[in-house]
Write a protein that binds this ligand. Structure first.
Ligand code: URA
Length: 499
């Protein structure tokens, strides 16, 4: 067997890719490769473009390209911007396995290699998001620019993202000439093309101008004292960014006024609440949430004489179930799914071997929307479907519950629950199409199925059988995800309809 290969890269995905073709063709194990990348070694970070312009250390031979799924190529491109010294090894592991026949690897959310790739991607995306928020341009006179002025920013990203993010700034600021200077490299836009130049250190960026004053006024006007937590603030806006942000000089002054503004805001926001948000406590603790829920006035349903029903179940539940809203029985008992639909749900759960007590069960809307009828049997409260607005006003509770529980799998029972997760244009489950596993903001594996009440409403045995079977497969899929069994991920939900 040949010894360990030491491959020196120039820091670019293209160069790594050229080597990978050769390594894959020869079936070289990841443990037999040592990737050396001066850009990503702890001692020698910096100067991406300078290094890209240097001759390539070991030009690989001409080997035909690999055929990889498009989604994987996109993931590799994003993850490759990571500054982690382990990035090339992580990418090679996934590519080798897929090229060796594990075509479904990316659909397995629990595989160690896909998890690592997803984490690298996530770090890069988070850094890009920060760059979008924290790059501050300053105006300087520049005769070569279109209007005689150029907007210049200096920024230090955590990852090597400046090339990748140039297109974001080009789309955002197409009509001004701008330059973003970073230690890794610089990008410049002149209305026609994005150009690149070697990286620079901080003193190349201009300072002090009227743009800064304008920005500070704007920042003070949007400063939200309700969101001030110094620890959170430094996490979001790490100190390393502070020297590039003129508005941070105002923070002590703004902080001093926080208690008075907070009190004023709390009064106003509860009085004119447009959603449940002002009632949701900041702590991610399901007991605190359940307690605070009782005083929610986030929509008009609190005036209909019912009490809200909180979610229930262990905070570390691996599976969460999401229903529509409590029914009559649930409202009286103060617990979700304990009426006729709950009995149907319990049957479905035991059919697939799931213990209800191990699950977190909640609803998209926490109050019982109903209409009252008066008939021979007296007054009755009949179910009325909550509107999109009820769902969206109640969403802060669901957001907080999901942040607290962080389920591995979430099963949406019915159209209202599915739309609360996938958006109001999601078409919901279809009886003769098997349930699909999709990613959502609440759980990597999210599955939409029918509401158990649909079994009770079905017009024929055949229909109720189809609905039961759909619910059972959705629950079985969730159980498979939790067991770590391979599950196929389906298409993402369709984009919201613009009409
Ligand atoms: N239907 C639901 O959607 N949720 C319940 O809690 C009860 C019935």
């Amino acid at each position: 067997m040949a010894g360990r290969r030491r491959i020196t890269l120039d820091g670019s995905l293209e160069h790594w890719r050229a080597h990978v073709r050769e390594l894959v063709r020869e079936g070289v194990a990841p443990t037999d490769v040592e990737w050396v990348d001066p850009l990503r070694s702890p001692q020698d970070g910096g100067a991406l473009f300078a290094s890209l312009e240097a001759p390539r250390p070991t030009p690989p031979r001409d080997v035909p390209p690999l055929s990889l799924p498009k989604a994987l190529v996109a993931s590799l491109e994003t993850a490759s911007c990571s500054r982690s010294p382990l990035v090339w090894d992580a990418l090679y592991r996934v590519v080798l396995r897929i090229a060796s026949g594990e075509r479904g690897l990316m659909d397995d959310p629990l595989d160690e290699d896909t998890v690592r790739l997803a984490r690298l991607e996530k770090d890069v995306r988070r850094d890009a998001h920060k760059m979008h928020a924290f790059v501050r341009f300053r105006r300087i006179a520049d005769e070569s620019a279109r209007n005689g002025e150029r907007f210049v920013a200096w920024y230090r990203p955590s990852h090597i993202i400046v090339r990748r993010e140039a297109s974001f700034f080009r789309r955002r600021f197409p009509s001004m000439d701008w330059s973003i200077l970073t230690p890794d490299g610089c990008v410049h836009w002149d209305g026609k093309a994005v150009k690149h130049s070697p990286g620079v250190e901080r003193d190349a960026a201009p300072s002090g101008d009227e743009l800064e004053e304008l920005w500070c006024t704007y920042y003070a006007s949007i400063f939200n004292p309700a969101r001030v937590k110094v620890a959170a603030m430094t996490a979001e806006m790490p100190r390393k960014f502070w020297d590039t942000l003129p508005e941070t000089a105002q923070i002590p002054e703004l902080l001093a006024d926080v208690p008075r503004r907070l009190q004023e805001m709390a009064q106003n926001s509860r009085r004119n609440a447009e959603s449940a948000a002002p009632f949701v406590p900041p702590r991610n603790d399901v007991d605190a949430l359940a307690e605070a829920l009782s005083s929610c006035e986030g929509c008009e349903l609190h005036r209909n004489g019912t009490r809200p029903v909180a979610g229930e179940g262990p905070v570390d539940a691996a599976i969460a179930l999401l229903g529509e809203q409590p029914g009559d029985v649930e409202e009286q008992a103060g617990r979700p799914f304990v009426g006729p639909a709950g009995e149907e749900l319990d049957r479905a759960l035991s059919g697939v071997g799931l213990e209800r007590d191990a699950l977190y069960v909640t609803n998209a809307v926490k109050h019982f929307r109903h209409r009252v009828t008066v008939g021979p049997r007296g007054k009755r409260r009949l179910h009325a479907r909550p509107t999109v607005e009820h769902v969206s006003r109640c969403q802060p509770w669901l957001d907080a519950e999901m942040r607290a529980v962080r389920p591995l799998a979430l099963v949406c029972l019915g159209v209202t629950a599915s739309r609360a997760v996938f958006g109001p244009t999601f078409r919901g489950p279809i009886a003769d199409e098997p349930p699909v596993v999709r990613s959502s903001r609440y759980a990597r594996a999210t599955i939409a199925t029918f509401h158990p009440a649909a079994v009770l409403r079905a017009r024929s045995e055949e229909d109720s059988g189809a609905v039961r079977a759909h619910i059972a497969s959705a629950l079985a899929l969730a159980a498979a995800v939790v067991r770590g069994a391979p599950v196929r991920f389906g298409a993402p939900p369709p984009a919201p309809d613009a009409s």
